[in-house]
Design a protein around this ligand. Structure first.
Ligand SMILES: [Zn+2]
Length: 216
């Protein structure tokens, strides 16, 4: 007796991406909300990679170009993200420096690395164990929850600094590039269909199973 249940994909059933209703793919559109039905997000890996490349291209100017210009006592200073972190660190505002470092440099970079890794796994270029796969996927999901932190931090940063009467902050060209990175990594994450990972794992499981049983 097999302990393997048939999968929705084998039965021609698709879950609606909008309302979650499971219906037959041949219907073409969801009977409940009229959204287009598809088994997996179309061109998922290719779209994710395209958004990731665009985000990676903007990651450099986001870190190199001035993120903000500060006017302090009539003196204008332009700061990159790294410069900003050093500025706050030297000013002994350690928590702010650490939050900016995490949200502006570490999180976007981790998001890009993890998504690239997941794309490689989904397209079969690398063959991780199911345990590693679920851990990296969990990490990506966790980062997804914090994906708005980067924007939030820029908001807080500007608000905090504007509070001082003697100092004003305005965004520089780096901020535009940074916003681009945030939006593009968000699109990349949305375009990625995690079910592709488990499809591959499922295929591997069938391949390695001695009986190669498939429920009808
Ligand atoms: Zn629906």
């Amino acid at each position: 007796m097999s302990d393997r249940f048939p999968r929705a994909i084998e039965l021609g059933l698709a879950g609606c991406q909008t309302c979650g209703k499971v219906s037959r793919l041949v219907l073409g559109r969801c009977p409940r909300c009229d959204s287009k039905l598809f088994m997996r997000k179309p061109d998922s890996v290719r779209r994710t990679v395209a958004f990731m490349l665009a985000a990676a291209a903007l990651y450099v100017p986001a870190n190199v170009l001035p993120m903000m210009s500060m006017i302090e006592m009539g003196v204008v200073t332009e700061n990159t993200i790294t410069g900003g972190i050093i500025y706050f660190w030297q000013g002994e505002a350690y928590p702010i420096a650490l939050v900016i470092l995490t949200a502006s440099i570490i999180i976007p970079l981790l998001k890009m690395v993890a998504l690239t890794w997941l794309c490689l796994a989904a397209s079969g270029k690398i063959k991780p164990t199911p345990g590693t796969l679920s851990r990296i996927y969990w990490l990506t999901e966790m980062m997804g929850r914090w994906s708005m932190v980067d924007i939030f931090v820029v908001g807080i940063l500007v608000a905090l600094v504007q509070l001082g009467n003697y100092m004003t902050v305005s965004p520089g060209p780096g901020a535009l590039a940074f916003a681009g990175v945030v939006v593009l990594t968000m699109f990349a994450a949305i375009s990625f269909d995690p079910r592709l990972l488990w499809d591959r794992f499922n295929a591997l499981q069938i391949d390695s199973s001695p009986s190669k049983e498939i429920d009808s």
